[in-house]
Design a protein around this ligand. Structure first.
Ligand code: SF4
Ligand code: SF4
Length: 382
């Protein structure tokens, strides 16, 4: 080990990463290895984002923060690689920011270094940022949006303010895209009236931006959670100008504003499932823990338009069906209602927006083998 590196390793012991310049920070990451570094210094990585230039304003509605967690666990590119190459400046992220609200330890705080609301307002004024929205937006009760209030402001209003001066808007996770879990059918669903940024389930006329009379293009990255690659590569492509908003979007996105490259209209998760051989032979698990096809345990992968089977998850190590969990088609605009009951074989449901015959044709066309025919027969109860 060279003396320079030895010195750097010595400095890493008890080092304050927050005081490092970008160059030293990246050296440190290189020495430790990105994954070890990610595991140990996630908070510091977030701070490192401030070295970069393109601003990202990341706001949170009603959600579990699972999509942020997913991005923090990114594999290839990992978060550090993405930040280094893409020059992202995560200017605001509610969960990761050090800033608090109006009060801090009983004192009124009025600088953007301490107060998240002031920081947000400064970013709005500056404009030109990429707005990332994670989580759904309640419109209820009665259009007031008051089922989610942060700092005495409804999230509906926050979205409206943040969206106005954004250069591009990316909805991350099925909640932000279409309403997701929060908009699932229930006794209170009508009152809470959860919306996605540009859609309410499959309905493009009821997205929250339409409700707010804001006309801005939105890229949807659904998933529960969204795959880190889908998020980072989309952000990267927008930041690097590989995707020009709005000009390139009509060709790049499907009917539900999903990038076709990650959510291919003519490809389903089922096609590259590691259990696919069992499906083709008609061998099905009837209890969890086996190695055969999970169709009878409610797998919805034949209708799931995503590249999970090819890309895989957790650094390309595994994915839902490989790990023994039936695919629940978490990327679908109508999810979770279109997949319910999740772990029960359902033969009478189709993909949102398509009737059962259409789905059958897609299944046959996509699979083009006996497995597709088998799926169709099962759906028709033959
Ligand atoms: S039905 Fe599900 S578990 Fe079975 S092969 Fe298709 S994707 Fe894999
Ligand atoms: S395999 Fe299915 S449930 Fe799992 S992440 Fe992909 S689309 Fe979602």
């Amino acid at each position: 080990m060279s003396t320079g590196i030895k010195n750097l390793v010595r400095t890493l012991d008890g080092v304050d990463f927050l005081k490092m310049d970008r160059r030293t920070f990246m050296k440190a990451v290189g020495i430790m290895g990105a994954s070890a570094f990610l595991g140990t210094y996630k908070t510091d990585i977030v701070k490192a984002l401030e070295f970069a230039e393109t601003k990202v304003l990341w706001i949170h509605g009603s959600e579990c923060t699972g999509c942020s967690e997913s991005v923090l666990n990114a594999g290839n590119p990992d978060l550090v690689q993405a930040l280094e190459k893409l020059n992202v400046n995560l200017a605001f992220h509610e969960t990761l920011c050090a800033q608090q609200g109006i009060w801090n330890d009983g004192k009124l705080v009025n600088t953007s270094e301490l107060n998240s609301e002031i920081l947000q307002e400064e970013i709005y004024e500056e404009g030109g940022y990429i707005l990332v929205v994670e989580g759904a937006i309640p419109n209820g009760p009665d259009g007031s949006g008051r089922y989610l209030v942060i700092g005495n402001k409804t999230f509906k209003d926050t979205l409206g303010e943040a969206a106005k001066n954004a250069a591009a808007i990316v909805a991350v996770g099925t909640c932000a895209c279409y309403g997701g879990i929060t908009s699932a059918d229930s006794d209170v669903a009508k009152d809470t009236d959860y919306r996605g940024v540009a859609f309410a389930k499959t309905d493009k006329s009821k997205g929250m931006l339409q409700e707010l009379n804001i006309d801005k293009p939105v890229i949807n990255i659904p998933g529960c959670p969204a795959h880190p690659d889908w998020v980072l590569l989309t952000l990267g492509a927008v930041i690097l100008g590989k995707i020009k908003v709005p000009d390139d979007l009509p060709a790049l996105l499907d009917d539900y504003n999903r990038p076709k490259v990650f959510y291919p209209p003519d490809h389903t998760v089922h096609e590259n499932c590691p259990r696919r051989g069992y499906y083709d032979r008609g061998e099905f698990d009837e209890q969890v823990g086996g190695e055969k096809c999970l169709w009878k345990l409610g797998c919805k992968a034949p209708y799931a338009h995503a590249d999970c089977g090819i890309r895989r998850w957790n650094g390309s190590v595994s994915m839902c069906t490989q790990a023994g969990g039936p695919c629940i088609n978490c990327v679908d605009p109508g999810w979770p209602d279109t997949s319910r009951p999740l772990y029960v074989e359902r033969e009478d449901i189709g993909v949102a927006g398509a009737n059962i015959d259409t789905v059958a044709k897609v299944a046959v066309g996509a699979a083009a083998v006996a497995a597709g025919v088998h799926a169709v027969r099962r759906m028709k109860g033959e």
